[in-house]
Design a protein around this ligand. Structure first.
Ligand SMILES: [Zn+2]
Ligand SMILES: [Zn+2]
Length: 427
């Protein structure tokens, strides 16, 4: 080898190694997937177990983050719970003492009744938080209503308790609560994200109401509680249909931002796993970010860098100007069907209210044409892809596995994943 070339090569290797060394100091880890649940209850409201027991459930099953989103409370300050009168009763108490020891469990007797002090998050967080492995995020389910319609909005990572704001219509109650959350975010500088819970619970929210909301980017397309009616019924739209109507109108008509779908547990029952119980482990999100911190998770979710799941694992989601491609993890001999769903620019915008027998319109999501939320393609296998035709407003994907859920909320549920919509064309 020519000596000059050799020396130049050596110099290049030296400089490159120095450059790499300096990069090592500042290099960021590659983005990766983090699995978490954004909606669950404890004895701080109407769940039937102690916070430490629930966090142990999630962490020991491989989750990377979890919240306890109790009704109208964040877990700060002193709170005592009657062993005989709380939702967990003596059974939960005995398991709690057996797991954590009598020294950890704080009790007192008031008027002859045994009470347990519920630990605030600041006290039990050190038992679980582990950098790059597990993170508890502060949360609250802001629990409001308009007349008979329960309107529940989760806030992930609040700094202070948010009080339900009320209002004179379903839309106003939602908007007032979203505005209060965003005002706290603005005032504190702390990233926090609202999401609308279970729109079909109590048939609370119609697509026409939800599509108008400002400052909201997320709703639960799947909630594992057995009473929340994800599938709708003959009169009420399913949440899949609800999502497509909302996306089409926001992006194609109202000039509002995209809406992302999340899956959650909304667990209340931790002692018996069965159909009809609201158990943990049914719905979650998987978020792609470099770091496991509330700030990074929220930032990733706000740009749609996540998917929702009730069992299906997605290894890779890639999209470019031409189309979308997924890589699904094969776990055993199950098979997968992926539905690419969207609305084309020339959709039929006609819609009609649903009318009762006497002809009066009923406050439910309107009837829309089949051109909204069309199945653009149905693809079998673990590497489905879709090439844009150029006339779609948005494209999202739903992956359906042939595998039954381990603990479904109703008979016949199979594992699914919901891939976030890609916006192709605003009106
Ligand atoms: Zn709720
Ligand atoms: Zn809830």
């Amino acid at each position: 080898m020519h000596t000059g070339f050799y020396l130049r090569s050596l110099l290049f290797v030296f400089i490159a190694s120095q450059f790499q060394a300096s990069l090592c100091i500042t290099a960021q880890p590659e983005p990766r997937w983090w699995k978490g649940n954004l909606h669950t209850h404890s004895l701080w409201s109407d769940g039937d177990d102690y916070p430490e027991m629930i966090m142990d459930w999630y962490k020991s099953r491989g989750y990377h983050f979890a919240v306890l989103s109790d009704h109208n409370v964040i877990q700060i300050g002193e709170r005592w719970s009657g062993v005989a009168s709380n939702a967990g009763k003596a059974d939960a108490y005995e398991k709690y003492v057996a797991k954590w020891g009598a020294d950890w469990v704080d009790t007192r007797v008031q008027e002859g009744k045994l009470q347990v002090r519920l630990k605030p998050l600041s006290e039990y967080r050190p038992l679980f938080d582990e950098t790059g492995r597990f993170l508890i995020v502060q949360s609250e389910e802001v629990t409001d209503r308009y007349l008979t319609a329960p309107i529940h909005i989760n806030v992930t990572h609040p700094q202070q308790t948010l009080k339900p704001q009320g209002g004179d219509s379903v839309l106003e109650v939602m908007q007032n609560n979203i505005d209060a959350i965003l005002a706290q975010r603005e005032a504190t500088g702390q990233p926090m994200m609202p999401h609308l819970n279970h729109p079909n619970f109590g048939w609370a929210v119609t697509a026409e109401e939800f599509m108008q909301l400002k400052g909201e980017q997320f709703f639960e397309v799947y909630n594992g509680h057995p009473s929340v009616r994800n599938e709708g019924d003959e009169t009420h739209a399913s949440l899949e249909r609800f999502w497509d109507i909302v996306l089409t109108w926001r992006l194609g008509v109202l000039d509002l931002p995209v809406m992302y779908g999340i899956a959650t547990d909304d667990a209340h029952n931790y002692h018996d796993e069965a159909i009809g119980k609201s158990n943990p482990g049914r719905g979650w999100v998987v978020v792609r970010s470099r770091y496991l911190t509330p700030e990074h998770l929220i930032r990733a979710m706000e740009v749609g860098d996540f998917y929702a799941s009730s069992g299906v694992v997605i290894n890779e989601i890639s999209h470019d100007v031409k189309g979308i491609e997924l890589s699904i993890e094969q776990t055993s001999d199950e098979h997968y069907t992926t539905y690419f769903i969207g609305t084309r620019k020339d959709f039929d915008p006609a819609h009609e209210p649903y009318r009762a027998g006497n002809g009066d319109p009923v406050r439910v999501t309107h009837r829309y044409s089949d051109s909204i939320g069309t199945v653009l393609a149905e693809v079998d296998g673990i590497s489905p892809s879709y090439t844009y035709q150029g006339d779609e407003i948005y494209v999202r994907a739903k992956v359906v596995s042939s595998k039954s859920m381990i603990n479904p909320y109703k008979e016949g549920e199979v594992e699914c994943a919901w891939i976030q919509p890609i916006v192709l064309k605003q009106h």
